[in-house]
Design a protein around this ligand. Structure first.
Ligand code: SF4
Length: 72
């Protein structure tokens, strides 16, 4: 974890975000910090897990292509 992600900078909505997070990768260090999820996945041409229905989310295929398939 970088200094910018330390406790002093913890998301003020962390608990609320965690209570509604549908991502099944529970050991992810970004979990509950949605802005970090977006940046991380955008850098990999992906979307965060919460954009996918449960049966797709659990495959960890978070690609733009999979998302487009779902809604085409
Ligand atoms: S959506 Fe991605 S970055 Fe966010 S908690 Fe899940 S695996 Fe981690």
């Amino acid at each position: 974890m970088s200094p910018a992600q330390g406790p002093a900078d913890e998301c003020p909505r962390l608990e609320e975000n965690l209570s509604s997070c549908s991502c099944t990768y529970t050991s992810c260090p970004r979990r509950g910090q949605c802005c970090l999820c977006v940046v991380h996945h955008r850098e990999q041409n992906q979307l965060p897990g919460c954009f996918f229905p449960p049966e797709i989310e659990k495959t960890y295929d978070r690609s733009y292509e999979r998302f487009a398939q779902l809604y085409s």
